[in-house]
Each structure stands twice: as structure tokens, then as C-alpha cells.
Design a protein around this ligand. Structure first.
Ligand SMILES: O=C[C@H](O)COP(=O)(O)O
Length: 214
């Protein structure tokens, strides 16, 4: 199971969370990655934790003020990127362009989708993985894997119908080992989570609990 921790724009200490994630990953052999704000990528990568971007734009080097360039993200130490997070939704053409930019820069990709139909469409664009996240459960602490198991199973089926080699992650409200174990039972190969770690008083303890479900 892949545990991808998105720090969003939460007021946590990204380096402290990254150090906690690196420690837990080393102790447990779990695959844990942290996706901080773009401005914090270098600092987070400096901890040795697997580092992901929250977004890249579908642009190349050139006149693109304010954009997030895939090559710059990779130079800062990221090895992967989210695309089309529910809080950073893109048009289909921009998801495609973001994927091609990430590929060009050698970044692994997870394309997010709100429901199984979108998972099928996202899979057709050729990402390394897709993640299903019902927007209404994001940030609620109510885990998708227990509150809405059908959406996870249907997402796994939707991705497999397009390309069986593309793994499915699930996210929204995941915070415990029990939530992660439930996700795995439904066919998910990883979890995308944020508040359960970024807002935890003790991120290391939160991560240890999570990976107990691996
Ligand atoms: O990127 C993470 C997801 O939006 C889930 O957020 P959450 O774990 O706070 O529900």
C-alpha cells in the first residue's frame, strides 16, 4: 500500500511531518510520500522522504508566469505529482497536458477523480495511478473506505475496464490503520490523505497507526 500524504495549505511544519514520515517509512518498510506546498519541496526532499508535488501545469519552459513547471518541481526533489486534485480541478485537456509535462520531467503521476466515471476517463489518459476521492467526504474524518465502500470498488472496476495495469488509490477521511485496511480489502493499492496527518498533534503517531493497516 502506498501512503501519499498531501499537506495541502495546512499550517503544519512540512519538515517535521516529512521527518516523521521518513522515520516511519524506514522503521516499517511502508511506502510513504509527502506532498507539500511547491515552495517547500526542496526542504521536504532534504529530509530524505519520498516527495511529491500537489500539482504541475501542462506547460514547458517559456513565458508562463505563475505556473508550476514540472521540470522545476523535479529539480526541487519531487519524484511524483498529483494532478487534478479535487481542490485543483482541471479541464480534460489540462489533465492530459499536465500528465505529458510530468512524463517529460520524469515524475510519477496520480490523477485524482471524484467518482468511478471520472476514474475511467482519467485512466484512459495513461497516468501511473488514479485516486478516487468523493469531494463530500474530504476533510470530514469520515473514511471513504468505510462510509462509501461501493465508490472504491466501482473505481477499481472502472480503472481495470480501461487498463488493468493502472492502480487505484482512494482518499477522503482516511486516518487510521483500520481505514487503510478497509481500503486494501476493496482493491485499493494505496491511500491519499491529508488532515489525518497534517492536522494531527503527533504526525508520527498518526502515521504509525496508519501503516499498522498495511
Ligand atoms: O489529498 C487528500 C485528500 O483530499 C483527502 O483529504 P483528507 O484526508 O483531509 O480527507
Amino acid at each position: 500500500m502506498f501512503v501519499l500524504v498531501n499537506l495541502k495549505a495546512y499550517p503544519c511544519d512540512p519538515v517535521a511531518v516529512a521527518n516523521a514520515a521518513a522515520t516511519v517509512a524506514d522503521d516499517t518498510d511502508a511506502r510513504i510520500a509527502v506532498a507539500p506546498q511547491a515552495a517547500h519541496l526542496s526542504a521536504v526532499a532534504g529530509t530524505g522522504v519520498e516527495t511529491w508535488a500537489q500539482h504541475v501545469d501542462g506547460v514547458e519552459h517559456g513565458s508562463h508566469t505563475g505556473s508550476t513547471l514540472a521540470e522545476a518541481v523535479a529539480d526541487a526533489g519531487a519524484v511524483g505529482t498529483l494532478i487534478n486534485h479535487s481542490e485543483r480541478r482541471l479541464r480534460l485537456a489540462d489533465v492530459d497536458a499536465g500528465l505529458r509535462a510530468a512524463e517529460r520531467a520524469g515524475l510519477e503521476t496520480v490523477v485524482c477523480a471524484n467518482n468511478p466515471r471520472q476514474v475511467g476517463a482519467a485512466t484512459a489518459l495513461g497516468p501511473d495511478a488514479v485516486a478516487v476521492e468523493p469531494p463530500e467526504l474530504i476533510g470530514t474524518g469520515t473514511p471513504v473506505s468505510q462510509a462509501d465502500p461501493d465508490v472504491v470498488e466501482d473505481a477499481v472496476a472502472a480503472a481495470a475496464a480501461v487498463d488493468e495495469s493502472v492502480p487505484v488509490l482512494c482518499g477522503a477521511g482516511i486516518s487510521t490503520g483500520e481505514d487503510l485496511a478497509a481500503a486494501r480489502e476493496l482493491g485499493s493499492e494505496g491511500v491519499l490523505l491529508a488532515s489525518g496527518v497534517a492536522k494531527a498533534d503527533d504526525p508520527e503517531a498518526a502515521l504509525r497507526d496508519l501503516v499498522s493497516g498495511v
